[in-house]
Design a protein around this ligand. Structure first.
Ligand code: FES
Length: 211
């Protein structure tokens, strides 16, 4: 997708092209949303994930972070929105009109499990024998979803050296799942945007930022 040349949005958000809502009267107001058996009114533009969190409905997430802009990279937060042809990433779906959402149908749970299997297929090393031993969001979610086998195989040989050049972050690209939290933090929060030489070592991050 072409980046907006004139946009003042953070670079990590430039792939997002906002479109005018159909019903402009609802801007600044509230919208009614049905989630599973609950009905609630949320401010216009609230994402489905935020609405679910407001009403204590659990949705697994990896790339979403409350301090960062919308990412929509990992796709673990898929939900079923009535009338939509495909499952939608709840963290990247702003509610601009009344909708009905199901968060835990069989197809939703199957899709999330499948995505977790794909994420692990690129993860070097044995996830369940990892020294993190439960102190890892990925490992915890894999366990929660019942992913206990590598359906698509996985690499055992390291491809990237561990980068310990920073005082604050250790980067092990063999473990990267492309959630891009680090990239978005660097750009959106720190407003640094590390130079090319740094990012080009990561798999797709550089291509993602600079097109
Ligand atoms: S948490 Fe929604 S796509 Fe990653």
């Amino acid at each position: 997708m072409k980046h907006l040349k004139t946009s003042r949005a953070p670079i990590s958000q430039k792939a997002f092209v906002p479109t005018a809502p159909e019903n402009v009267d609802t801007i600044g107001g509230t919208v009614t949303v049905h989630i599973n058996s609950k009905t609630l009114s949320v401010p216009f533009g609230t994402t489905i994930l935020e609405a679910c969190r407001m009403s204590d409905i659990y949705i697994p997430t990896l790339c979403a972070h409350e301090d960062l802009g919308i990412g929509g990279h990992c796709r673990l937060c898929l939900v079923d929105v009535e009338g939509m042809r495909t499952l939608q990433a709840s963290c990247a779906f702003p509610i601009t009109a009344p909708i009905k959402v199901k968060t835990s149908t069989i197809s939703v749970r199957k899709a999330r499990k499948h995505i977790m299997e794909l994420l692990l297929s690129e993860h070097v090393g044995e996830c369940y024998a990892c020294v993190k031993n439960g102190n890892c969001e990925l490992q915890t979610l894999a366990k929660e979803m019942g992913v206990d086998a590598y359906m698509f195989g996985h690499p055992n040989v390291s491809k990237y050296p561990v980068d310990r050049s920073s005082y604050s972050v250790i980067r092990d690209m063999d473990k990267c799942i492309n959630c891009r939290r680090c990239v978005r933090t660097c750009i959106d929060l720190q407003e640094v945007g590390c130079p090319r030489s740094y990012w080009q070592r990561s798999r797709n991050s550089y291509r993602y930022i600079y097109g």
